[in-house]
Design a protein around this ligand. Structure first.
Ligand SMILES: CC(C)(COP(=O)(O)OP(=O)(O)OC[C@H]1O[C@@H](n2cnc3c(N)ncnc32)[C@H](O)[C@@H]1OP(=O)(O)O)[C@@H](O)C(=O)NCCC(=O)NCCSC(=O)c1cc(O)c2ccccc2c1O
Length: 274
């Protein structure tokens, strides 16, 4: 189905497209010429887009994808890989895709990876970070790090292992083989494989189903699933959400009111559940 994706205004992005349709934001890495490899500018722009998605209450689900029919993302742009990171116009080496990874993980809304071709290297890690992955039949998955002088021993290893198991994760990283969409689905890192022509429709369908569910329930489930792996940082995320919920209750309002009214708070009137 042809959809009227509208450009989200207020940004002058050069390396990504940032669009909205029916409360769904779509972030497209727009470097088709380089199989959508990311530079520090690409990841900086992605960071701003994800920050907007977090703040904007109108956005309920985010789709991350790559331009064209060849690649979702082929990882860091090898042309600008320097000593210490990927070097942007300011000459500073950075690994700022790691910030984007955290933003995806911390976004209190579902993020769908719409994998339309190669998801390789740092691009593979990006799909791993997303809550759901829907892939077209032509999609190819794999890590290249140990072949090209890199590795992601963070979420790119440990979270991947949670998905596919330790043996498979080690195979993926040690051998740097490429896997078809169906193999990736069998391994548990892809939710659904569809023909290329149905890829966007399926992602939008899934997004629209999720938008019929309680946003707060999805937010809490995501935080809980994260907390299992994220230790103290995961507990902080879940605890922050619990505090947010507590602040919506009369019991918490009473504490603040009592302070401002210079009286003792009366918490006795609020129910204590077993
Ligand atoms: C992705 C491919 C398997 C596609 O192969 P295909 O045969 O379809 O296409 P070509 O190879 O001919 O590519 C067409 C064209 O695009 C250029 N290109 C492709 N990928 C990149 C890239 N990553 N960087 C720069 N340019 C790229 C390619 O050179 C061609 O240009 P021409 O001028 O020749 O036309 C295959 O392309 C491929 O394997 N690509 C490389 C994948 C890769 O190794 N990526 C880097 C991995 S490391 C990484 O991503 C990484 C990034 C981080 O920021 C990290 C941060 C922290 C920890 C770890 C990190 C990390 O590991």
């Amino acid at each position: 189905m042809e959809r009227n994706w509208k450009k989200i205004s207020g940004f002058d992005f050069k390396e990504i497209l940032f669009e909205e349709y029916n409360h769904i934001a779509k972030i497209t890495i727009n470097r088709e010429r380089y199989r959508n490899a990311f530079t520090p500018l690409t990841t900086w722009e992605m960071s701003q887009a994800f920050a907007y998605c977090r703040e904007c209450a109108d956005i309920r689900v985010v789709i991350l994808t790559g331009a064209g029919d060849k690649a979702f993302c082929s990882g860091g742009d090898m042309h600008v890989k320097g000593r210490g990171g990927y070097v942007g116009n300011d000459g500073v080496p950075r690994l700022n895709v790691l910030d984007v990874q955290m933003q995806i993980r911390r976004l209190p809304k579902p993020v769908i990876a719409m994998v339309n071709g190669y998801a390789i290297g740092g691009g593979h890690v990006l799909h791993v970070m997303c809550d759901l992955t829907i892939a077209s039949e032509n999609a190819i998955f794999g890590q290249t790090g140990p072949k090209v002088g890199s590795f992601d021993a963070g979420f790119g290893a440990s979270y991947l292992a949670r998905m596919v198991g330790q043996k498979k994760a080690r195979e993926i990283w040690f051998l740097c083989k490429q896997y078809t969409a169906h193999e990736a689905e069998q391994m548990g890192m892809v939710n659904k494989v569809v023909p290329f022509e149905q890829l966007e429709d399926t992602c939008v369908d899934w997004a629209e189903i999720m938008m019929e569910r309680s946003p707060l329930a999805l937010r809490m489930i995501k935080a809980g699933l994260n907390a299992e792996l994220d230790g103290q940082a995961g507990i902080q995320e879940l605890a922050g959400d619990a505090t947010m919920l507590y602040y919506t209750m009369d019991e918490a309002q009473e504490g603040g009111k009592a302070f401002l009214e210079k009286r003792k708070p009366d918490f006795d009137k609020y129910p204590v559940f077993p």
